[in-house]
Design a protein around this ligand. Structure first.
Ligand code: BYC
Length: 312
C-alpha cells in the first residue's frame, strides 16, 4: 500500500470510530502526539503519589490510613497501565522515565502544590480526582485502543477516589469550627489550581486542534472546565463550603456557571518548572528511582535465570 492508501485507511477508521491499534498504520505526528499525552499522563499518576503519600503516616485513623494507602497504590497502577500503553507506540519505559527524571517531560501542574493539612487530602480527592475523571471519561473513547482501554479501569478507580475525598471534606465541614475552617482553607488553595488542570484556554491551546481532529480528545479544555465547575459548585454548597471566586454566578441562559479567570501566569510558571514544589517532587522521584536500582537489577537477573532454565 502507498502512503495515500494508508492515510485513507486511517481516516476511515477514525470516521467510523474504529480504534487505532498498535500494529495499524498511523501518521507519525499522531504517534508523537499520543506518546506526549500518554506519557505526561503516566508521569502525573506517578508524581501524583507524592503529595498524598506524604500523609499516609499522619492519617487521623486506621481506616483513613488504609483507604489512603489503597488510593496511592491505585495511582501507581494507573501509571503502569499508561506506561505500557505508551510503550505500544514504540518508545521504551527507560526512555520515558529518563524524560521525567531529567525534567524534559511535563506532568500535571497540580502536583506541584503542597499538601499542608489533612483537609488537603480531602480536597485533592474531591477536586483533583474529580477534575481528572471529568477529563478521563472522554478518554475512554479516545481513538487509540490501548489508551482507551487503560482509561476504563482508571475511571472506575478514580470515581472511588473522588468520593473518598468528598467524604473527608463532608466530615470536616460538619465537624468543629476549626475543622470546617481547615476544609474551607484547603478548598481556597486547591480550587484555582484544579481549574488549571484542564490546560490553557482553547484559543491558547496549541495541541487541541489536532487532538480533536484525530479524536484523541473528544472535548476541549474549556468545555471540560465548564462542566467541572457546573458539577462541583453544588457539591460545595451541599456541605456548606464557599467556592473562592467572586465572579461565580449561575447563568440561566447557558444553564451553567459564569466564573473567574484562573491566573494563567501562575500556570505558565508552574509548568515551566518554577511552582512551589517542582524541585522537591523531581528530587524525591529521582531518589526513589535510584534507590530502586537494586530491585530492578535483581528482577532482571531472576528473569534471565528463568529464561535460561526454560531454554535448557
Ligand atoms: N499541567 O495544547 P494544550 C492524574 C501543557 S490527573 C502541565 O492544551 P493538550 C491524577 C501541555 O502538555 C492529571 N502541563 O495540551 C489525579 C502542552 O505542553 P506540550 C493527568 C499542562 O495535551 C489524581 C501545553 O501545556 N491527566 O493523573 O491538548 C491523583 C499546551 O496545552 C497542563 C492527564 O494527563 C497541566 N495541567 O491538553 C493522581 C489527562 N495543561 O506537551 C493522579 C490526559 C496543559 O505541548 N491529558 N499542559 O509541551 C490531557 O487530557 C491533555 O494532555 C491536557 C492538556 C488536558 C492535560
Amino acid at each position: 500500500m502507498d502512503n495515500t492508501q494508508h492515510e485513507n485507511g486511517f481516516e476511515a477508521k477514525l470516521a467510523s470510530n474504529t480504534s487505532i491499534e498498535p500494529k495499524d498504520w498511523m501518521p507519525e505526528n499522531y504517534r508523537k502526539h499520543l506518546i506526549r499525552q500518554i506519557s505526561q499522563h503516566a508521569h502525573s499518576e506517578i508524581i501524583g503519589m507524592l503529595p498524598e503519600g506524604n500523609w499516609i503516616t499522619r492519617a487521623p485513623s486506621l481506616r483513613r490510613k488504609m483507604v489512603l494507602l489503597a488510593k496511592v497504590q491505585d495511582e501507581g497502577g494507573h501509571g503502569l497501565y499508561l506506561y505500557s500503553a505508551a510503550e505500544t507506540l514504540g518508545i521504551s519505559r527507560d526512555e520515558l522515565l529518563d524524560q521525567l527524571h531529567t525534567g524534559k517531560a511535563k506532568y500535571s501542574s497540580i502536583f506541584n502544590y503542597p499538601t499542608l493539612t489533612w483537609a488537603d487530602i480531602g480536597a485533592v480527592g474531591w477536586l483533583v480526582d474529580g477534575a481528572a475523571i471529568m477529563n478521563q471519561v472522554m478518554l475512554q473513547r479516545t481513538s487509540y485502543g490501548p489508551y482507551a482501554r487503560a482509561m476504563v479501569r482508571i475511571c472506575k478507580e478514580e470515581s472511588f477516589h473522588q468520593r473518598q475525598g468528598y467524604e473527608i471534606m463532608m466530615v470536616l465541614a460538619r465537624g468543629t469550627a476549626e475543622q470546617k475552617e481547615m476544609a474551607q482553607d484547603a478548598l481556597n488553595r486547591w480550587w484555582w489550581p484544579s481549574l488549571m488542570m484542564f490546560g490553557p484556554p482553547d484559543e491558547k491551546s496549541p495541541n487541541t486542534a489536532n487532538a480533536i481532529k484525530w479524536k484523541i480528545k473528544r472535548e476541549s479544555n474549556d468545555q471540560l472546565r465548564q462542566r467541572f465547575v457546573n458539577q462541583t459548585v453544588p457539591q460545595a454548597e451541599l456541605i456548606g463550603l464557599t467556592i473562592p471566586d467572586k465572579d461565580l454566578k449561575w447563568n440561566e441562559e447557558k444553564k451553567g456557571y459564569d466564573f473567574g479567570t484562573p491566573d494563567w501566569a501562575e500556570f505558565n510558571n508552574v509548568i515551566a518548572g518554577n511552582g512551589p514544589c517542582n524541585k522537591e517532587r523531581l528530587d524525591t522521584r529521582n531518589r526513589a528511582h535510584n534507590n530502586g536500582q537494586w530491585v530492578r537489577q535483581a528482577a532482571a537477573a531472576y528473569a534471565e535465570k528463568q529464561n535460561k532454565q526454560v531454554a535448557a
